[in-house]
Design a protein around this ligand. Structure first.
Ligand code: GTP
Length: 266
């Protein structure tokens, strides 16, 4: 793990350290965040998982022949965005997941995209986001059309994919690698270190809290400042274990995955 969370070390040549990309996966409970994460990291589909565990993984990836140290935060907000700064001020890019067989989860993804748009406005930075319609294998129970997903993604200017954690790994890998490409493009545009932030966690005194102004769930933002920089808080993490993923090892360059306890993988 890098010494300072979220501080990208852009690779400046083949011998330099790999680019570090932090990817947060957002979405309502049950959308399939964890299943997609584990599919990407292990090529396996999990069937059950503790919904209250928030997990962060790291994996050495190669995207377009470039080494990337990828960290994936599988968030657990349950139903609405909460304590958002843990991922808003950590991630370089976001996957916003809903399930095509759940209108509720689709509406939840819209809240997350609104939150990201507000954060970008507040911080004057842009954060790549990809909208994912998951559980495509359940299309016969579809409650959200592909056109609706395309329209929502278009509204927020983000990429859109329909995927399934059950089906082929390559499609899921493609989506994660697209997120890395988007993050890399952004980091190359403004290779500043992530804006560290002061511990102030109230909205500016002259402004109503951001959520009140925009009716969003109780998300507090840290006001960003270069005046008194403070180390970003580390992401709360469960115990890390490192496993050799046999199938992943045989098929992919990244032999070692760092997974957190809490998953039952079948
Ligand atoms: N058929 C199908 N089921 C899926 C897919 N992705 C996830 N599931 C199932 O949907 C349920 C929820 O999946 P999770 O990955 O736990 O969803 P989550 O968004 O992480 O939900 P929380 O852990 O509660 O935050 C589980 O029973 C999964 O097995 C998919 O692509 N297809």
């Amino acid at each position: 793990m890098s010494s300072v969370f979220g501080k990208p070390r852009a690779g400046s040549g083949p011998q330099s350290a790999p680019l570090e990309v932090n990817l947060a996966i957002l979405g309502r409970r049950g959308a399939g965040k964890s299943a997609l994460t584990v599919k990407f990291l292990t090529k396996r589909f999990i069937s059950e998982y503790d919904p209250n565990l928030e997990d962060t993984y790291s994996s050495e990836e190669t995207v377009d022949h470039q080494p990337v140290h990828l960290r994936v935060m599988d968030t657990a907000d349950l139903d609405t965005p909460r304590n958002c700064e843990r991922y808003l001020n950590w991630a370089h890019a976001f996957l916003v997941v809903y399930s095509v067989d759940s209108r509720q989860s689709f509406e939840g993804s819209s809240s997350y995209l609104e939150l990201l748009a507000l954060h970008a406005k507040e911080t004057q930075r842009s954060f790549p986001a990809l909208l994912l319609g998951n559980k495509l294998d359940m299309a016969q129970y579809r409650q959200v059309t592909k056109a609706e997903g395309v329209a929502l993604a278009g509204r927020f200017g983000c990429l859109f994919f329909e995927v399934s954690a059950c089906l082929d790994f390559e499609h899921v890998q493609h989506v994660f690698h697209e997120a890395v490409r988007e993050a890399r493009r952004e980091l190359e545009k403004s290779p500043l270190t992530r804006p560290l932030f002061i511990s102030e966690d109230r909205a500016l005194p002259h402004q109503a809290p951001l959520t009140a102004r925009h009716g969003l769930a109780s998300c507090t933002f840290n006001t960003l400042s270069t005046v008194s920089l403070k180390e970003m808080p580390t992401v709360a993490q469960a115990k890390l274990v490192t496993v050799k993923s046999s199938r992943a090892q045989s098929k992919r360059k990244a032999p070692t995955l760092t997974l957190l306890k809490g998953f039952k993988i079948f």
